[in-house]
Design a protein around this ligand. Structure first.
Ligand SMILES: [Zn+2]
Length: 414
């Protein structure tokens, strides 16, 4: 017994929060708060019926971006390649197009940057276990980093979770709780949090986003981009906006200007909010882009777009598939959700208004395990057809629907 406890203690890394952390501030009302985990987001906004995430604040110091847990459990996340796409840049009349290859992270998605910080926070809090609601990428990442830190993990998912994810998550020793619908996962997380577990994803409605300690991890993407050259715009696949918000916060902390941020989404959610709808509404829609599905919008996503004079572009599944084939012909096979970034970029570049600009698309996951993947071989890339499809507005793809949306929609979010 004593030996087992010693073993558990010895495998848990030291997780001291940086001494430069000074507090937190609301992304919506700018109210400052002491450092804590605010399960309902900003307390002041919550009393007013709103739901807003917070961000961390730091004392001035290091160059680049600050992380709450500089010594978080590490599996080699970050420092992903930036791959140039000159042919596509020419086709889209851009000055330069680069792809940030986030599937080069240890578990195959951008989520690893967040998981490292989240697991450190859970350890710091002394949480007995971490829980996450996921459609695949996020759950696998949390399971891996929890294993690294010697922390128990439970992943709440839907029955539609592909076997490839199920096997990988359980290989890390995490348990899986499977539900028929996606919202039931959030209810399960609420129950577990009540039992002392640390939540590594959003589970609230209206949605707030993930714990801000985790979102800090995404600032490193901005730092890596800025260390080379500041892009004019960054296109980000978006659901609850953790990644979008983290990239915004990173650029703001660097202080060299904020590129225009573009959110790619599978159907109009943020687009409708930017046009005047209340961000707390539900925006239903079916999609095969499982990693960015879901009916909710967060304030943090809205705030990131507004701060950068950015925009949201909805990309239907056919437009995403056309972009997937086009990108695969360049040697990059991205997950359908990830490649929505290219389709969104093509839509806003169609009028030539981005001439000479440098755009970055963030490719969050690889196509080889994409749940929304379709048979590329059966529809090989055809240059003329592909250019035509890419030139179409992203929401009017010309190819027939080939995925049962009722199945895909069950897998929303992360
Ligand atoms: Zn607030």
């Amino acid at each position: 017994m004593a030996a087992a406890i010693l073993l558990a203690m010895s495998t848990r890394p030291n997780t001291a929060v940086t001494s430069r952390l000074t507090g937190m501030v609301c992304l919506r009302c700018a109210e400052p708060w002491p450092v804590a985990d605010y399960e309902s987001g900003c307390p002041r906004c919550a009393t007013e019926g709103h739901a807003s995430n917070l961000q961390l604040t730091y004392a001035p110091g290091e160059r680049g971006v600050s992380l709450p847990y500089p010594d978080a459990p590490c599996l080699g996340e970050g420092a992903t390649p930036l791959v140039e796409l000159p042919e596509l840049a020419r086709a889209l009349k851009l000055g330069r197009l680069s792809a940030k290859i986030e599937w080069c992270n240890p578990t195959g998605s951008h989520k690893d940057r967040m998981s490292a910080q989240l697991i450190a926070r859970a350890l710091d809090r002394g949480a007995p276990r971490v829980v996450a609601a996921s459609s695949g990428n996020g759950g696998l990442s949390v399971a891996a980093y929890a294993a690294r830190a010697g922390l128990a993990a439970e992943i709440a998912t839907t029955d539609a979770l592909p076997q490839v994810y199920r096997s990988a998550i359980t290989a890390h020793g995490a348990s899986i709780a499977s539900f028929a619908g996606s919202m039931a996962r959030w209810q399960h997380l609420a129950k577990r949090v009540g039992q002392g577990a640390f939540a590594a994803t959003n589970y609230k409605v209206p949605a707030i986003g993930t714990n801000p300690f985790g979102i800090e991890g995404y600032k490193t993407i901005a730092a890596e981009l800025a260390s080379e050259t500041m892009p004019d715009l960054v296109v980000v696949p978006c659901s609850r906006g953790d990644l979008l918000s983290g990239i915004r916060l990173g650029f703001e902390e660097i202080g060299a200007g904020l590129p225009m941020l573009v959110a790619a989404e599978p159907f109009a959610r943020l687009e409708r909010v930017l046009a005047g709808a209340d961000y707390r509404e539900q925006f239903a829609g079916d999609t095969a882009q499982a990693s960015i599905a879901g009916s909710t919008v967060t304030w943090q996503a809205v705030a990131a777009l507004r701060a950068s004079a950015g925009r949201a572009v909805s990309v239907d599944d056919d437009a995403a598939r056309a972009a997937q084939r086009r990108l695969a012909a360049c040697g990059l096979h991205a997950e359908l959700s990830a490649v929505s970034a290219l389709a969104a970029l093509a839509a806003i570049a169609a009028d030539g208004g981005l001439s000479g600009r440098h755009a970055v698309i963030v490719l969050t996951g690889a196509g080889s395990r994409d749940p929304g993947d379709t048979d590329l071989a059966a529809r090989p890339w055809n240059e003329a057809a592909s250019e035509e499809a890419l030139a179409q507005p992203a929401t009017t793809g010309a190819l027939p629907q080939r995925t049962d949306p009722s199945v895909q929609q069950k897998r929303e979010n992360g």
